[in-house]
Structures are given as C-alpha cells and as structure tokens.
Design a protein around this ligand. Structure first.
Ligand code: PHE
Length: 477
C-alpha cells in the first residue's frame, strides 16, 4: 500500500514545523500539567513521585511520543486508518487498527469530562475577573482576591458551583462550543491558529505568575525542596500507576491526538528532535506549574495534599492573602483556560478526523456531531456532583469504589485505557511494524535508533504492562 503524503482527507496539514510543535505542545500542555500534576505530586509526597514521573517521561513517554507521531505520519489518515495503513504496508493483520479505535475512544471520553473541568476554570476566570474589576474601580488594583470574604466563603464558592447543575452544564457547554468552533474551522485556520495565539500567551502568563510567587513569597526554596527531595517511602504501586497514567495523559499519549496530528506533519520534518522538544516542553511546564503553585500554597500554610481542590479552593485562599492577589488570580485562571483549550481541540480532532475519513462528512458537521455526543456524556459527569451524587458507576470494582461519575471516567481512561493503548503502540511499533519504514520515519540512525528501538520494544511494554497490572490489582504486591 502506498502511504500518502502529509495532508489527508480530513485535514490540510501544518504550515511549518513550528506550527506543528506549537499545536502538539498545545495538546500536551493542559489541565494535566497545571491541575492534575501538582495535585498528584502533592498527594504523593512530592519529590519521589516527581522523580519517578520524570523517569517515566524520558524512558517511556519520549519514545512513545515519537512512535505515535511516526505512525500518524507514515499512515497519513485518522488514527484508525493510519495504523491500518502501516499494518498493511508491513504485511500485518488489519486488526492492529484496533489501537486507533481504542485511542480515539479514550480521547473522546477524556474530552467529555475534560470540558466539564474546563468549565470550572471558566467559572473562576469570571469570578476572579469580576473581583479584579471591582478592586480596580474601587481604587485598589493591588488588593487580595475576594477581599472581604472569609475563608469559608472563598472555599464555599466551589461547593456552590457544584450544587448548581445549570451553571456547571452551561459552562461546560461554553467550553465545548469553543472547542468545536476551532476544530470546525480546520487544521490550518482553526487548530494551528489557536495554538499560535494561545500558547505564547500561556507561556508569558505562566512565567509572570511563577516569578510573582518567587518574589512575593518566602517559600520558593521550600517548594523546590518539596518537589525535588525524594522520600521513597511515599511510593507504592498505586503511586507508580498514577505517575505513569499522568505521564501518558500529560504527553497526550494513547488518546488519538498525536496519531492524528502526526498525519498532518510534512515529510521533511525530522521527527526525533521534534518529539523530544514536545516531551521536554510539556515536562518543563509541569515543573514550572509546581514551582508556580507550591510556593503560593506554602506561603499561607496550606496543605499541598489538598487533592483536586488545590487549584480551586486552596489557591483562591492564598490569593486572598497576597498583594495583588486579585489580579494574579485572574491571570492564573486565564492561563489555565488557554492551556485547556489547546488540549481539548486535540482531543476533539482525533474522533472528528475519523468521522470525516470514515463517513465523508464535512468537517464542521463531524466536529459538531462528536462534540455534541461528548457534551452529553459530560452533562452526566456534571450531574454527578449534585443530582447523581450517589452514583458510583463502577462501584463494584474496588479501585473505583469511591469514585463519582467524573472520577470514574478519569480513572478508567487514565489508569486503564491509556496504559493499554500505550502498551499496544509499543508492541506494534517495536515488533510488528516494518522496521525500514519505522527507521526512515524516525530519522534516527546507528546507536540512537538501537537505543530508541530497545526502549520501545522492551522497556515500554514491560514497564507499562507491569504498572497497568499492579494498578488493576493493587493486591499483587
Ligand atoms: N495532555 C493534556 C493535558 O495535560 C490532556 C490530553 C490528553 C490532551 C490526551 C490530548 C490527549 O491536559
């Protein structure tokens, strides 16, 4: 089978290598870096978790990022079609395309709850924006956030939001609509353009808030110590599973996005350094996010292990007590919103490209259709905080016994679907795909190719397989 050039039925291709890098980094950097990573690091004791996380990124994440992009570029279609094309070219069973199907399903499910969480972010963008405007007009532009509110009132804002299904669903709708609109506008005019504007803005804001924390608080050193002094007693199989799931999630692996974006990359782009840049940028942002958040959390004596409420409850309390906290809070939530949007468009693009290729729908129709169904699933997640708060969808399964609807989807995709999808990619690229095709796509030669292939063929399947197993059956150890 002749493998097609970049630019597929579903998309027109990136205008340049930089455009691809921005879009892929945009896909990678998101709620995962700024909400999930600091939360998990905080809950798992900091240093040791972060060390393991970085190890996973280098040994597993980076080789897999390259594997997925090359599969996409070699296959030149949506995630399912690309894997099928590479399998056919390598004279392997078409059943391998199931990898694409698994990934697209994972991405689609992630999109549905991701948009709900992004809706919370929008709520805080408005709340903190309104608060800042109020401060500005009363002549106190450098006031703390939510001045005049007690701690209970500030943390209570999240509970109020969760108790309000209409608001949760409305915000989720706004975010999903924005995502659909960008994807419907096309690869070049939508996704690429969005990444070109939002990513630079995101980086500037991230640096501003990090510098602010370093200058205004005395706890920057404590945060560095917390993040980089490993306490290995905090590690257990669940933490390892969590670190791997987080590495995969954060790098946007196994969710169809990279496979799909890879298909839009032109032949002359050298993939190995490009994949390396993407993985490093994503990990760098996660570290910076930690260095941005922990000093602020520590400076007001809050607990880094606050869980998902870290961003939405602990930080607003901190901003309340800090100079210019009102402004910084607004900037902070705006930057998370930008990051979430460039990620959600990659989540939507995977299934959308498939619908376009498979059913020959026009792009806007496909995007609205996929976004609409994901929206409906998200509505159920949102109701899980109020009307359906008793529901535990996989309550019979001990690892999900306490998980509400959104947590269940998050856990099921992150702990099971993503590791499984990554495992299969490693096995396919490492053992079954045509070796010459693969090598040519990587642009690697000699020892570097051997090293990469060793990681993909041996280290990734074994490590990912083990972590998946222990995650599913914590009792094994
Ligand atoms: N990597 C994104 C984040 O960290 C989430 C994501 C996962 C995006 C999978 C695309 C595919 O927020």
């Amino acid at each position: 089978m002749a493998l097609t050039q970049a630019g597929t039925t579903s998309g027109d291709g990136w205008s340049s290598r930089t455009a691809f890098i921005l879009a892929a980094v945009g896909a990678a950097v998101g709620l995962g870096n700024i909400w999930r990573f600091p939360t998990l690091a905080g809950e798992n004791g900091g240093g040791a978790f972060i060390l393991v996380y970085i190890g996973f990124v280098i040994l597993l994440g980076l080789p897999l990022v390259l594997s997925e992009i090359l599969l996409g570029r070699a296959g030149g279609e949506d995630a399912i079609g690309s894997v099928r094309n590479v399998a056919a070219h390598s004279k392997r069973s078409e059943a391998w395309k199931g990898i694409g199907a698994l990934q697209i399903t994972a991405g689609f499910l992630i999109l549905s709850f991701y948009s709900v969480v992004a809706g919370w972010v929008i709520n805080y963008v408005f709340a903190s924006g309104g608060d800042f405007l109020g401060a500005l007009f009363s002549g106190e532009p450098f006031a703390g956030a939510f001045a005049g509110e007690s701690q209970e009132e500030i943390t209570g804002r999240m509970g109020e939001l969760f108790a309000n299904p209409a608001l949760l669903i409305g915000l989720h709708a706004v975010f999903m609509a924005a995502t659909v609109w960008i994807v419907a506008s096309g690869v070049g005019d939508g996704i690429e353009k969005a990444a070109k504007w939002l990513m630079p803005a995101f980086f500037v804001l991230l640096v501003i808030v990090t510098l602010y924390g370093a200058i205004v608080t005395d706890e920057f050193g404590d945060a560095v110590a917390f993040m980089f002094t490993p306490d290995f007693s905090a590690l257990n199989p669940t933490a390892l599973n969590e670190a791997l799931g987080q590495a995969l999630f954060s790098l946007s692996l196994a969710a169809g996005g990279l496979l799909t974006y890879g298909a839009y990359v032109s032949r002359d782009v050298n993939l190995a350094p490009t994949a390396t840049m993407i993985a490093f940028a994503d990990t760098g942002v996660a570290m910076l996010a930690g260095l941005m958040i922990f000093p602020i959390v520590f400076s007001v004596g809050l607990d880094p292990a606050a869980g998902p409420a870290l961003i939405f409850q602990s930080l607003p309390i901190a901003f309340n007590q800090m100079p210019a906290g009102s402004l910084i809070g607004f900037v902070f939530f705006t930057l998370i919103f930008f990051a979430a949007l460039t990620s959600s468009i990659s989540l939507l693009e995977g299934p959308t490209a498939w619908v376009i290729d498979r059913f020959r729908f026009r792009r806007p129709v496909a995007a609205i259709l996929v976004g609409g169904v994901a929206f409906a699933i998200g509505v159920v997640c949102a109701l899980g905080y109020n009307v359906l708060s008793e529901v535990r969808p996989l309550g019979f399964w001990d690892i999900f016994a306490d998980s509400d609807i959104l947590d269940t989807l998050d856990g099921f995709t992150g702990k099971i679907m993503l590791p499984l999808g990554a495992f299969l990619v490693a096995v396919f690229v490492g053992w079954f795909a045509d070796r010459r095709l693969v090598q040519q796509q990587t642009g690697l030669s000699g020892g570097m190719f051997m090293l990469w292939r060793f990681l993909v063929a041996f280290v990734c399947p074994i490590a990912v397989g083990l972590v998946l197993l222990f995650g599913l059956f914590p009792g094994l150890i």
